[in-house]
Ligand binder design. Sequence first.
Ligand SMILES: NC(=O)C1=CN([C@@H]2O[C@H](COP(=O)(O)OP(=O)(O)OC[C@H]3O[C@@H](n4cnc5c(N)ncnc54)[C@H](OP(=O)(O)O)[C@@H]3O)[C@@H](O)[C@H]2O)C=CC1
Ligand SMILES: O=C/C=C/c1ccc(O)c(O)c1
Length: 301
Amino acid sequence: MVPGHEVVGEVVEVGPEVTKHSVGDVVGVGVIVGCCRECRPCKANIEQYCNKRIWSYNDVYTDGRPTQGGFASTMVVDQKFVVKIPAGLAPEQAAPLLCAGVTVYSPLKHFGLTAPGLRGGILGLGGVGHMGVKVAKAMGHHVTVISSSSKKRAEAMDHLGADAYLVSSDADAMAAAADSLDYIIDTVPVHHPMEPYLALLKLDGKHVLLGVIGEPLSFVSPMVMLGRKSITGSFIGSVDEAEEVLKFCVDKGLTSQIEVVKMGYVNEALERLERNDVRYRFVVDVAGSNIEEAAAEAPSN
Ligand SMILES: NC(=O)C1=CN([C@@H]2O[C@H](COP(=O)(O)OP(=O)(O)OC[C@H]3O[C@@H](n4cnc5c(N)ncnc54)[C@H](OP(=O)(O)O)[C@@H]3O)[C@@H](O)[C@H]2O)C=CC1
Ligand SMILES: O=C/C=C/c1ccc(O)c(O)c1
């Protein structure tokens, strides 16, 4: 998780040209807060693919100031990037759905992988992966979690409702599962071999890369040719898709598994993130925190 990007809160003020939201609405802001509005992705309302996108954190806004994500008590955002939070969804639940939820929902929809009965693999059971299991199950898919260890088996099967669990180092189990999946949602954030997973795909199967990996991945071409398989990627989702996935989650009764913490706990939360010690997302309750107190307690650099 990159901390501090998705934000959910109440509108406290609107500009004179704002038509989409009113004071008091519960709204959210995802990973993107700016785009050019002129390129093909912008015109197709898939603004996340605009090459001039402005990230909601660690970026520079149109006024030259840094974007700071959710680490603030208020933020100013163009209405285009503000998502309505539907009734029936708690704000703390909505926040992770604006990233992990839409990140899995968008490729399933875009690549035509929403029909009930499909067989999907979720590779890596973390923040994005756990939403992958939930969203895919809610679509009526047969879901296999593919994990690097057996540690999360009970969690995946009993709690998240996965149908099968594969440990990627178990060569026999991987061989038995060959040619069985319509898609793999790959959330692994580090370099990993592709071929063991490509072998799990059926004819026309799709391997969707979501993890940010800074090293080249490799595979021999017959692994994709003999089976017409695709390796592709996907980046979060659009504002429209974010609104859609929130509605989908309300309709299907889906929630994300979160740990709500106060601002004063942020440094510990970051340390725990580094140890991979969260199931599956921290949500920082900024409004309910004493920010001044938390700032005073934080070590100065
Ligand atoms: N494409 C996009 O738009 C988005 C991309 N991301 C990216 O997706 C990736 C996953 O994010 P997120 O789910 O939050 O991350 P998490 O750390 O929560 O989960 C990643 C999972 O990958 C598996 N894994 C396998 N090997 C490793 C390893 N060496 N180190 C760490 N994890 C490993 C683990 O699952 P297991 O124990 O089951 O093997 C782990 O839980 C990140 O790279 C993130 O930046 C996030 C949001 C949007
Ligand atoms: O390079 C792409 C990064 C995507 C990304 C988006 C959101 C998020 O939380 C990430 O960890 C990565």
